[in-house]
Write a protein that binds this ligand. Structure first.
Ligand code: 4NP
Length: 169
């Protein structure tokens, strides 16, 4: 008998993580989903996002992030949640935005396998290679939000190419 779950279950899963899960990581989630869709890979990769902190649990992305995203054609509508240890079981790859996120997520890792799943978004940059973080835009102005989107579009496009090149999808 056909196993529908097996057929539907994604090949690969990616969790984007930032501090609050209302600016950078929900934008990364939306952009990655959009780019996977463009490449006909939407059903092959499961994408989600989470925050280190719990302050904004249940919230939509920050209004500024939504406005800047909508000007580029994105609709960021995820609801914030906090990362949990079981995410290490559910996700193949956990991508963080800055070195503080990296330390915080690694501190939740239970073993070396968990830790090996944690990567910086900057590892996937192409045009913006050399940057060391996707900087937190929360306390800044418009330029910070635009920079986040530029970096995430670059990194996600490259990540899709890498998944294809490594025959992961
Ligand atoms: P994010 O930005 O980590 O990109 O979602 C932030 C959002 C909220 C706060 C900090 C950063 N906060 O302190 O509430």
């Amino acid at each position: 008998m056909e196993d529908k779950f097996e057929k539907k279950s994604p090949l690969f899963s990616i969790l984007f993580v930032c501090l609050g899960n209302i600016c950078r990581s929900p934008a990364a989630e939306g952009i990655m989903k959009y780019q996977l869709e463009l490449n006909g890979l939407a059903d092959k990769v499961f994408v989600d996002s989470a925050g280190i902190g719990s302050w904004h649990v249940g919230d939509l992305p920050d209004a500024r992030m939504r406005i800047h995203g909508s000007r580029r054609g994105y609709d960021f509508t995820s609801r914030a949640r906090q990362i949990r240890r079981t995410d290490f079981d559910r996700f193949n790859l956990i991508i963080v935005m800055d070195s503080d996120n990296y330390e915080d997520v690694c501190s939740l890792a239970r073993n070396e396998d968990d830790r090996a799943k944690v990567h910086m978004m900057t590892e996937y940059l192409n045009r913006y290679k050399g940057r060391h973080s996707v900087p937190d835009p929360y306390y800044g102005g418009d330029a910070g939000f635009e920079l986040v989107l530029d970096l995430l579009e670059d990194g996600c496009a490259n990540l899709v190419r890498l998944l294809q090149k490594s025959h992961i999808v």
